[in-house]
Design a protein around this ligand. Structure first.
Ligand code: ADP
Ligand code: ASP
Ligand code: MG
Length: 422
């Protein structure tokens, strides 16, 4: 029996009962002969509540202090979980990200893991303990400051530890039975996938399917770590995510699923001189503010003015920072004005099969049109088509596309066991 890393998300440890239920599951894995490392998230919506609290004292909180605040959430759950396990008569020790050897760069609020040195975890395991690690956090290599890995980052902690400890599997326990063809909260007829390739999962995750964080899937793909996404509330087999199918795992048909995302906003830079270097200046300004953008669209310039508009999408949470940075660079870039729209949503269709099946794009647009949904921006990759629409249209659009591609399930397998969907 080898080493397993299990990660429990916030909805699985939302209250004392949840923590006790999870503790039993962990002890069962230990009793089955595994060495067990557990990565745990903050209880329920604790992280959101801490973010709200920070916003009440400062509109743009300092990154270092923000991270210090947010990591408190995971410290609470790790200590409680270790106590609950001890109460069941088994040895457990909790560790912060820093103590567990999660070393990151120093970009606060979205740090990247650059090394994992889990010496203390190994020692704890060798002494017969279950090791509990606070997810979503690390320590910066240069300044030794506490950092966080970005929302949903406990998934990445789990995979990074699984890689460093050479675990046989990384189990991600959540509030649904696995990865579905769409978010079960939006599509009650969503179908559970038995297996999904890391490539398709990566596209779904970066298109907003928050069941797994995209960085975690990236990491797992690079280090070839199989992930098993499953519910902490049921005993069902979940979804395996890996580079290649193993054993009885079967590849899904042309389309793996439909993702949606209402966490982005659109910035339009109005009246940009249509000459070389302008787009570079805009996006350098955004990059220097450590902001990742998603889609970009430049309109053709009006012949009379030689001015153009450039729109791009970015996380809403970076909206204020982006506007601030662009306003400061306004005179040097030389645009007229900025427009900010946070009432947008994105719908994406993902599947490696679309590379070789003509007509997928046409059917996607027809489904949206039949649902009366207007498209504002479009972007594609080899295995994904995404569109931006009004936020209010997103749920309807996801259901329409899901049905149009024959993904609706006949059974009621899309159970949501917990969480608030926040
Ligand atoms: P956790 O607290 O366990 O980290 P998350 O809320 O981050 O849980 O992720 C689980 C949620 O992801 C589900 O409750 C579901 O609403 C959402 N989700 C979005 N897309 C999918 C999908 N394709 N399959 C399963 N769940 C999805
Ligand atoms: N607690 C953090 C969040 O809510 C990290 C995580 O749950 O993965 O984003
Ligand atoms: Mg999550």
């Amino acid at each position: 029996m080898g080493l397993v890393v299990q990660k429990y998300g916030g909805s699985s440890v939302a209250d004392a009962e949840g923590i006790k239920r999870v503790a039993k599951r962990i002890v069962d894995a230990k009793k089955n002969g595994h060495q067990v490392v557990v990565v745990v998230s903050a209880m329920g919506d604790t992280t959101d509540e801490l973010i709200d609290l920070a916003g009440q004292v400062s509109p743009i909180p300092a990154g270092r202090e923000f991270d210090m605040l947010l990591t408190a959430g995971e410290r609470i759950s790790m200590a409680l979980l270790a106590m609950a396990i001890k109460n069941l008569g088994h040895e457990a020790q909790s560790f912060t990200g820093s103590q567990a050897g999660v070393i990151t760069d120093s970009v606060h609020n979205k740090a990247r893991i650059i090394d994992v040195t889990p010496g203390r975890i190994r020692t704890a395991l060798d002494e017969g303990n279950i090791a509990i690690v606070a997810g979503f956090q690390g320590v910066s290599q240069d300044k030794k400051d506490i950092t966080t890995l970005g929302r949903g980052g406990s998934d990445t902690t789990a995979v990074a530890l699984a890689a460093a400890l050479e675990a046989e599997v990384c189990e991600i326990y959540t509030d649904v039975d696995g990865v579905f063809t769409a978010d079960p909260r939006v599509v009650p007829k969503a179908r559970k996938l038995d297996w999904i390739s890391s490539g398709d999962m990566l596209e779904l995750a970066s298109s907003g399917s928050k069941v797994l964080l995209h960085r975690c899937v990236e990491y797992a793909r690079r280090y070839n770590i199989p992930i098993h996404v499953r519910s902490s509330f049921s005993g069902l087999r979940g979804t395996w995510v890996s580079n290649e199918p193993q054993g009885d795992q079967v590849e899904h048909a042309i389309i793996s699923g439909v993702a949606h995302d209402v966490s982005e906003a659109k910035v339009t830079v109005v009246g940009v001189p249509d000459k070389p270097g302008e787009a570079a200046a805009i996006f350098r300004t955004i990059a220097d503010a450590e902001i990742n953008i998603d889609m970009v669209v430049q309109n053709v310039s009006a012949a009379t003015t030689a001015l153009t508009d450039i729109s791009f999408t970015l996380p809403k949470t970076d909206g204020a920072k982006a506007i601030d940075a662009l306003e400061k660079a306004k005179s040097s870039i030389g645009f007229d004005s900025l427009r900010y729209d946070d009432q947008i949503g994105k719908i994406s269709l993902v599947g490696a099969g679309m590379k070789t099946n003509p007509g997928v794009t046409a059917s996607f647009f027809e489904a949206l049109s039949d649902a009366g949904v207007n498209i504002e921006l479009i972007s594609t990759s080899e295995i994904r088509i995404s569109v931006v629409t009004r936020a209010d249209d997103v749920n309807e659009a996801v259901r329409a596309v899901h049905t149009a591609f024959g993904l609706d399930s006949d059974s009621d397998e899309a159970v949501v066991y917990g969480g608030t969907g926040r």
